[in-house]
Write a protein that binds this ligand. Structure first.
Ligand code: PMT
Length: 401
């Protein structure tokens, strides 16, 4: 059994018949020496009693936002900060909808809104409720915000229906949690620098040249490393994303700025990953004032930007293990391998962006190449893909040491 010793887990229980299974999940957490605090919604208390949960978890159960005694022992903000993870099992359709819109109208939803820790949902509901567009949209929106889904399973339901919506089994929820938390510190010896997002190349004070990179892939990689205890520096172009927990972020705008920060940072790290979509060219002379519309045509002279990853790859001293990306619309493998060699990289991650569904998307697939081999990471959420990519990078990094 994997170990969650010392991990602080808030288990939220919402109203549903599957609540009885959560007792077994809490028993597994306790067996693995996790510290568990249970938060019960009013509807959940109709299915399982606080007394049972208190006995199983070994701690008082919190039920109300407005309970002065409970708030005195451990207030809702304290609980939100205390948790290494929040697991909501079962997560009802109603709770999922409230979480999606950021409601804070009971203790559990308030804790979820107040936490910076990862949230795991084990949905449980009637198959028709689960299939509803509203529920599916709510779940997709939450996944985009990095909420983790566990299940649900398909099969016979308590109401007599058959279909998807059965809560995952306690052991499945436990294993999913272990995959993220029990390995939390196994990369604590590694320092990793990652570039993400686009760069902006100014034309004049109000205009710039850029691209469609959202930063999602690079941020997901940063999060995946940080979750395993690595010391992560994320050098980000202008994006609209929250910084993952335990990640040091340095914001830059232009390629030249990114180049300066990266060259200084990369040599202090074991691994460097260039995921940013860096502009290859910048405007030769940035106008001081807004350019006026004077004629039918205009020409802007562009000059080459420094190639950040090539400069890191060719460092003679303190060169980190260097991983690049290649976004290609044709001849993906050939162009990617060419970049692997030309930029002196250890791994290149080839992205086929021909369909236009990679930049800004929540999903991606990657083809990895290194000098002696290759690997495919099939279509998945960028969050999951990043975890698989981290495994591969660490494997190849360790081989090289
Ligand atoms: O941000 P998202 O919306 O999630 O999208 C992710 C992504 C598609 C941007 C990302 O997965 C990706 O493929 N990034 C690299 C995109 C790119 O510009 O590739 P490229 O083939 O032009 O560059 C090759 C490599 O050289 C890249 O590692 C790039 O970071 C690096 N480079 C390029 C130019 C330059 N001047 N300096 C560089 O370091």
């Amino acid at each position: 059994m994997q170990n969650l010793k010392g991990k602080r887990i808030v288990v939220g229980i919402t109203g549903g018949i599957a609540a009885y299974k959560t007792i077994e999940f809490i028993r597994l957490l306790r067996k693995s020496e996790a510290d568990v605090r249970v938060v019960l919604t009013a509807a959940a208390a109709e299915f399982v009693t606080a007394l049972t949960l208190q006995a199983i978890s070994g701690n008082p159960v919190s039920q109300s936002l407005l309970d002065p005694q409970a708030e005195l022992a451990m207030g809702h903000i304290e609980l939100a900060k205390w948790a290494d993870a929040i697991v909501i099992a079962p997560a009802s359709a109603d709770f999922i909808a409230r979480l999606r819109v950021g409601m804070a109208n009971d203790l559990l939803s308030t804790i979820c809104l107040a936490t910076a820790s990862p949230i795991y949902l084990a949905p449980a509901m009637n198959q028709q409720m689960y299939r509803q567009t509203a529920t599916q949209e709510n779940l997709q929106a939450l996944v985009r915000r990095s909420v983790h889904l566990i299940g649900p399973n398909s099969g016979f339901q308590a109401c007599g229906d058959v279909g998807a919506g059965r809560m995952s089994e306690p052991a499945e929820i436990y294993d999913a949690l272990c995959q993220d938390l029990s390995v939390l510190q196994d990369l604590a010896h590694l320092k990793v620098a990652i570039t993400a997002g686009p760069t902006r190349e100014a034309i004049d004070p109000v205009r710039y040249i850029s691209n469609h990179s959202s930063g999602k892939m690079g941020f997901a990689i940063a999060e995946a490393f940080a979750m395993r205890g690595a010391e992560v520096t994320l050098i980000s172009g202008p994006v609209n994303l929250a910084t993952p927990n335990n990640v040091k972020r340095i914001d830059v705008v232009s390629a030249q700025e990114m180049w300066q920060v990266t060259l200084k940072t990369a040599v202090q790290n074991h691994i460097f990953i260039g995921c940013a979509a860096v502009a290859d060219y910048r405007v030769a002379e940035i106008a001081d004032q807004k350019i006026k519309k004077a004629s039918d045509e205009m020409q802007i002279k562009l000059v080459k930007n420094p190639d950040i990853i090539a400069d890191v790859g060719h460092l003679r001293e303190n060169r980190p293990f260097t991983v690049g990306f290649a976004a290609e619309t044709q001849n993906v493998e050939a162009y990617a391998k060419d970049k692997l060699n030309r930029k002196n990289l250890d791994i290149i991650c080839a992205n086929n962006v021909a369909g236009g569904q990679v930049f800004g998307a929540d999903q991606n697939a990657l083809q990895l190449f290194w000098q002696t081999g290759s690997a495919s990471l099939p279509q998945n959420s960028k969050t999951e893909l990043a975890k698989q990519l981290v495994n591969k990078i660490v494997e190849k990094y360790n081989e090289k040491q």
